[in-house]
Write a protein that binds this ligand. Structure first.
Ligand code: AMP
Length: 342
């Protein structure tokens, strides 16, 4: 049955990519609801992106306002902060409001072992994972499960160095040891449309990480004297345009990931909506993928007004947030909203 998009709302919590999601909802003529804490509401008021602000003491209290969202026929857009505040299990088992995207896929992306299985099934070129510290025979990066924004990651070159640096960490079980790939970081932002079945490349970014992106500002000798250890705490995002000859490869791997997602247990509709492949381009131009985010990523934030790629396709400002809202609006108009909620 066809319905009017104006009878529905788009809601998200005030953090991460909420500015572009809410602006996108408004630009598509839908009611935009920001869930804010007393500390965050100023931002969403200042930019005027929300038609309505619902305040809650902390984002962990999402369920205390969910009934209001259901009454308002709100479609909730999960972003990185939403998933990290609630956890993929609560999103899957307790959330009752309409959720844009497959809830089941969030479990696959948040468990590194499951994620690896999925990406291998898609035929991607992944960095080697070391089973045990004794196997370390080259540069590796140690990543802690649930680490927020790369905080606490460290580099080691030998088992001895691993154990030495591990002394500073208490979370000894929750990590992976991954081959460190030397090259340039690249984050590919996709949108898979369930309405058209088509995969779109929205934009690319690289991250601005502390202190990794500042080490080059001091001489190697000073780095050694100061005993600096590399860290990857994310502070911001920088837009990137890729070599055009690499685009066929980026389309192909994105399509393979979507195809492989359709066979994952617990994800009947597979991966759809916004997602991101995160990796390193090595000097031979191989794209070594170390992670997938199965929802909108903060790297799309530089493109509130669209990217070079969305400009080519849409000829109007099209952020990933707006693209999500357009899919929802079109889905409602075509009576296919249930294809977008999972
Ligand atoms: P992540 O939290 O997994 O997105 O990684 C945070 C940052 O660590 C990335 O932006 C990269 O700069 C770096 N990084 C992660 N994995 C690797 C890897 N396998 N090789 C080289 N750098 C990496």
């Amino acid at each position: 049955m066809t319905q009017n998009p104006k009878d529905f709302a788009i809601a998200t919590i005030g953090s991460h990519t909420a500015l572009q999601i809410l602006k996108g909802a408004k630009d598509e003529g839908m009611h935009a609801i920001a869930l804010c804490t007393p500390e965050t509401r100023r931002v969403y008021e200042s930019y005027g992106v929300a038609d309505e602000i619902i305040e809650l003491p902390s984002y962990k209290d999402y369920f205390s306002v969910e009934e209001q969202l259901i009454q308002k026929k709100a479609i909730v857009i999960p972003h990185g902060s939403f998933v990290s505040y609630l956890g993929p299990e609560r999103v899957k088992n307790e959330m009752r409001a309409m959720h844009f995207g497959s809830k089941g896929i969030l479990e696959w992306e948040s468990d590194r072992r499951m994620e690896k299985k999925w990406l291998e099934a898609a035929g991607l070129n992944l960095p080697r994972i070391y089973d045990k510290p004794e196997d370390i025979d080259g540069p590796v990066i140690i990543k802690f499960h649930g680490a927020k924004g790369g905080f606490g990651y460290f580099i080691a070159h030998s088992p001895e160095e691993f154990y030495e640096r591990m002394k500073a960490h208490t979370e000894k079980d929750g990590y992976v040891i991954q081959e460190y790939v030397v090259g340039v970081p690249m984050y590919v932002h996709y949108f898979q449309s369930p309405l058209t079945g088509e995969l779109e490349i929205m934009s690319f970014d690289k991250r601005y990480e502390s202190n990794a992106d500042s080490i080059g500002r001091i001489a190697a000798k000073d780095q050694l004297d100061a005993n600096i250890q590399t860290s990857y705490t994310i502070a911001g995002n920088i837009p990137v345009v890729v070599r055009e000859s690499m685009l066929p490869m980026f389309f192909k791997i994105g399509e393979n990931v979507v195809k492989a997602s359709k066979d994952l247990p617990g994800v009947p509709k597979g991966l759809f909506g916004a997602f991101c492949l995160e990796g390193i381009i090595d000097p031979q131009l191989n794209f070594r993928v170390f992670e997938i985010s199965a929802r909108i990523v903060a790297g799309t934030n530089p493109f509130v007004n669209g990217s070079p790629y969305t400009w080519l396709r849409y000829n109007e400002p099209m952020s990933t947030g707006r693209r999500i809202a357009r899919e929802i609006r079109t889905g409602i108009e075509q009576g296919r909203l249930e294809d977008l909620i999972a």
